[in-house]
Design a protein. Structure first.
Length: 199
């Protein structure tokens, strides 16, 4: 089983776990994992399970609390992630990570399919995956530009091209969490550093 839950990325002079938006989430502070920090107060939190019911509401609350851009990645079994970002001066944007896996998982299933295990080995399934992949891919240019605008509003990514962000959005990893980190790196945010290496 892979990881399912939310990755929350934002900046604060104190721990993001102290944000009031997490007060109402049962046991969130006890179960959250704090990822490697990035310079400038940028932090990543990992919440296991379905504890963040509304990522958009969480984003809005965190942007208000931090006064900085924030993003939330909703991860499904380490296979696929939907990333949503928001900033004080940036509208909500959304992007999908691991398009190939997403296309396979979200391909439209005909109403007359009774046995999924048989259907996934048919040409019809392959065609359905191709259609879903094309549908997802059509959003990549706009999603990449929106993500880059978001990063630039935080002071990063000014030397980054939208094409390079598209490359990340079209790439794949066994664990989509690694692709989320790669997206933040490509957007120009400071590199995550192992706290143990600083001791």
């Amino acid at each position: 089983m892979g990881f399912s839950g939310e990755l929350v990325f934002g900046r604060s002079d104190q721990s993001l776990l102290g944000a009031p938006v997490f007060d109402g989430i049962d046991q969130s502070r006890e179960t959250a994992h704090v990822g490697w920090p990035r310079a400038g107060g940028w932090q990543t939190l990992q919440f296991h399970g379905d504890v963040i019911k509304n990522p958009e509401t969480t984003l809005q609350a965190l942007v208000e609390w931090t006064g900085a851009p924030v993003c939330v990645a909703s991860v499904y079994d380490s296979d696929v992630a939907i990333v949503m970002g928001l900033g004080p001066d940036v509208e909500l944007w959304e992007a999908c990570l691991n398009l190939e896996k997403a296309a396979g998982l979200w391909a439209e299933v005909p109403d007359d399919v009774d046995d999924m295990s048989e259907w996934i080995s048919t040409p019809a399934f392959a065609e359905a995956v191709d259609r879903k992949r094309a549908e997802l891919d059509a959003h990549v240019p706009g999603d990449a530009q929106a993500a880059l605008d978001w990063a630039r509003s935080a002071g990063f990514g000014h030397s980054v091209t939208a094409a390079s962000i598209q490359e990340v959005l079209r790439s794949g990893e066994v664990f989509v969490e690694e692709l989320f980190d790669a997206l933040l790196d490509r957007l120009g945010f400071p590199e995550a550093v192992d706290p143990e290496s600083q001791r």
